[in-house]
Structures are given as structure tokens and as C-alpha cells.
Design a protein around this ligand. Structure first.
Ligand code: NCD
Ligand code: ZN
Ligand code: ZN
Length: 435
């Protein structure tokens, strides 16, 4: 899908640097610099920052099966409003995305919605059962061209199954995105970070090491198989240490961190508010600090939302009974801007790296990542996100375009907001709202 309307973005700071005009025609960036070309639509971008369209490696869209919590259409709306032009849709739907047909169905629903490229993630094992490999090759060869495989929500805990999956995906340049959580160490009832606070609150917790042992095992399996592993939602300082070590050895490992693990800490659980119940759990400040440092120095490659919408009747329960997960698509850029840019840890080119370029490369998407490393250049597809770096926003969960309301950022003041999003030249968002 491209667009015949021409768009002129006037005076945007490209990746936060020099201001330039960007003229978009036939879905691509046709001119860059100073232009007098007339366009159908002019967007005044004075003081705004232009980024390549954001790419989310980790989104739960809930369709098929839980259309009361989110659909591909409503999730696509949330993604566009959040500045995304591509999202990877996790496989833990009902039915699970474990066949070529299921993957193509998600792809087609995304195309019908037409707001963002929806790229299905394939399950590693049939029905997320953890035992029998799913149709990895058929999914890879399908129209959906699946390259990322994950049992997310569950850990591929059997080392033999993980080994086979890594060997299999290597043949077509695929990657296994692992939800790193040892089921024995975490235990069936655990619902938060194990520590002093969980003891005081009387909540069963699980320790950081339940994540770290799987990350450590998987990087060794990646080394052994010569394959590629991606660590989903890294949440502890120990996991960061393992990834840092593995990268130094030349092991093919990448990692993502969520916006919530970059800012929210476990002490938010003191009021037993299930909005803050998430997997992996919110951790202590030392972990948050280590995650920020690792994202800034490239040990963690990407920010991924783990957007996990839940209907009220699944989330509004006593803490122990509530579903795990929180919304993320609409607030990711403001959180990263507040924590990392205002915090002096990343510049805007760095934000483009962790929210667009690296995620696109990890997923093998021809989207935010170009061989020459210049995603905003003449001739490139006009997947673009325009950001107001100075905007102060107070998040209002009622204003969300998601179907769900489990928003942990409600009432928080954040700096930076998405003003416009273009998908192959077509504005999906203008003036901060769906176009
Ligand atoms: N993050 C969560 O707490 N929940 C996710 C599953 C997952 O990402 O593991 C979900 O599907 O709801
Ligand atoms: Zn997960
Ligand atoms: Zn997830």
C-alpha cells in the first residue's frame, strides 16, 4: 500500500540534528534538504524531530481469540499513535500462530487494517506446548515470511527443544525470541519479584536468577548451534551481564528491554494494584539502572513494548489472580524520551537506533534498517515518525485507542510525544491523533 498524496514536512530536525525539508511522493522520500516543491499536504515541523518509523519487536494483538482485549485493527491504531510503522505480533493467541495459515491470517488482518505493517511471530512449539516443534519451515516459506519465533508467555524450557529450534531457524536466517523464565525456579503461583517487599506483602515471588539461568543457557546453545537467539524483555542486571559477556565472545545474541522495566520499580506493588502485575515482574532500582546503562551502551539492542492488553474482567482482580501484562504501544516513545533522552543517556539518533533500526534488523524487516545505515534518505520508503521532544504530556488511560485500559502510565507526566506517523508516505497519524 502506498499513497499518491504528496507530503512536505517542513524544517524537521533529522534524527535530532540539522533541520531539513522532507518531500514525500509515491510512498518514498523524494527530496531531502531545502525544497520549494508544492505538496498536497504541508506539515510544519519547526522544532520537531524526525525519526525512521518505529518498529516494535514485541506486541500482543490478541486476535484471534481475545478480541475483547484487542484486535489487529485496534492494536494497529495504538501502534500508529505511538509512532510505529511495524509491529511483530506475538504468537500466544487462540488459536496459537503455529502454522503457515495462522501466520498468513495475521498478516492479512494487518494489511486490512492498513495502519502499520503487522508481521506475525511464529510459535516455536505446537500450541506453545513446549514439546513438539511447530511448522517453522512452512511459516518461514509462507507469504508471511516468518523470521522471528517465540513461545512468549511461556519459556522454551526444554534445552533439547531449544537446541533443535535454534538449529532449524539457522537455515533461513531466523531467530528465536525467548521468554527467559525457568519454570521450576519461578514456580506456578509466583506473581512478582522475589525480595524483601514480596515477603512483606505476602506475595509469592520469583527471583532474577530464574531469568538469568535461561539467558545463560541460551547464549551457550546459540554458540553451540551457530544460531541466533534474542532475549525478550530483559529485566535484571544479571541478564545484562550475561548478554554483555556473550556479545564479547562473538555469540549471536540480541536483547530487548521494555519501557516499563526502564522506569517502574517493584515498590509500586505496595498497594496491590494489579495494573503493575507483569511478566517479567517489575524489579528493584539497581536492575532498572543496569538496564538503562546497557541500552545506552548497546548491550541491549532494542526497546520493545510487550504491549499486553487485558480485558477488565481478567485484570481487575486480587493481585494474585489478575492477568500479567500492561499496555505499551502509545507510551513507549514518551517513556524512552523521558528516561533516556532527558536523562542524558541517548540522543535522538540513539533512539532511532534502539526503536527502529536495530529492531528492524533483528526481525529481518525491510523497514527501518538500510544497508547504508541511513534510513532517512532519498529513495527510501517514507516510514517516518515526527516527534515533539519538548511536549509535556500527562497520560490519560481513557484517551487510549487500545481496547484495554491496563495502562501503568495513567496520570504520569512524560516529556516528548508523537505528532505524526507516515506509513510508506501515507499519514496514519497527524497532530497526535489518527489521521
Ligand atoms: N508480559 C506479560 O505480562 N504478559 C504477556 C505475556 C508475556 O510477554 O510473557 C501477555 O501475553 O499478556
Ligand atoms: Zn514474555
Ligand atoms: Zn510478551
Amino acid at each position: 500500500m502506498s499513497n499518491s498524496e504528496t507530503v512536505l514536512i517542513k524544517g524537521a530536525r533529522i534524527l535530532g540534528g540539522e533541520a531539513a525539508d522532507v518531500y514525500v511522493a509515491d510512498g518514498v522520500i523524494a527530496e531531502l534538504g531545502t525544497t520549494t516543491t508544492k505538496a498536497d499536504r504541508v506539515v510544519d515541523a519547526d522544532g520537531l524531530v524526525l525519526l525512521p518509523g518505529l518498529v516494535d519487536l514485541h506486541t500482543h494483538l490478541r486476535e484471534p481469540g481475545r478480541e475483547d482485549a484487542e484486535t489487529v485493527l485496534t492494536g494497529s491504531r495504538a501502534a500508529a499513535v505511538g509512532g510505529y510503522t511495524a509491529v511483530l505480533a506475538m504468537a500466544n493467541t487462540n488459536p496459537v500462530t503455529d502454522t503457515a495459515e495462522a501466520a498468513e491470517r495475521v498478516l492479512d488482518l494487518g494489511r486490512e487494517a492498513g495502519l502499520v505493517d503487522v508481521q506475525p511471530v511464529g510459535a516455536v512449539t505446537k500450541g506453545l506446548g513446549g514439546e513438539e516443534l511447530a511448522e517453522l519451515g512452512l511459516m518461514a516459506r509462507s507469504r508471511a515470511k516468518v523470521r522471528v519465533f517465540s513461545d512468549d508467555g511461556k519459556c522454551v524450557h526444554d534445552a533439547r527443544v531449544m537446541r533443535r529450534a535454534l538449529e532449524y531457524v539457522r537455515a533461513f536466517g531466523g531467530v528465536v525470541s525467548q521468554h527467559s523464565q525457568d519454570p521450576q525456579l519461578a514456580g506456578p503461583t509466583a506473581c512478582c519479584h522475589e525480595g524483601e517487599l514480596s515477603g512483606r506483602l505476602g506475595l509469592p515471588g520469583w527471583p532474577g536468577v530464574a531469568e538469568e539461568v535461561i539467558v545463560a543457557r541460551d547464549v551457550m546453545l546459540a554458540r553451540h548451534t551457530g544460531s541466533r537467539v534474542h532475549v525478550a524483555h530483559v529485566s535484571t542486571a544479571g541478564s545484562v551481564e550475561v548478554v554483555r559477556w556473550a556479545k564479547a565472545q562473538g555469540i549471536d545474541v540480541t536483547a530487548e528491554v521494555t519501557p516499563h522495566h526502564l522506569l517502574l520499580t517493584t515498590d509500586l506493588l505496595a498497594d496491590y494494584d494489579p495494573t503493575y502485575k507483569v511478566n517479567p515482574p517489575l524489579r528493584p532500582a539497581e536492575d532498572v539502572e543496569a538496564l538503562r546503562t546497557a541500552l545506552a551502551d548497546g548491550t541491549i539492542d532494542a526497546v520493545a513494548t510487550d504491549h499486553a492488553p487485558h480485558a477488565r474482567h481478567d485484570k481487575e482482580h486480587a493481585f494474585v489472580d489478575a492477568a500479567f501484562g500492561m499496555l505499551g504501544l502509545e507510551t513507549a516513545l514518551p517513556v524512552v524520551s523521558t528516561v533516556m533522552v532527558e536523562g542524558g543517556l541517548l540522543d535522538w539518533a540513539g533512539v532511532a537506533r534502539v526503536m527502529s533500526e536495530r529492531p528492524a534488523r533483528i526481525a529481518g524487516l525491510d523497514h527501518g534498517d538500510r544497508a547504508h545505515g541511513r534510513p532517512i534518505a532519498v529513495g527510501e520508503p517514507a516510514n517516518l515518525t515526527l516527534v515533539d521532544p519538548a511536549a509535556q504530556v500527562v497520560v490519560d488511560r481513557a484517551a487510549s485507542v487500545s481496547l484495554s485500559r491496563n495502562n501503568p502510565w495513567h496520570d504520569r507526566k512524560l516529556t516528548g510525544s508523537v505528532v505524526a506517523t507516515l506509513l510508506r508516505g501515507k499519514p496514519t497519524v497527524l497532530e497526535g491523533a489518527l489521521a
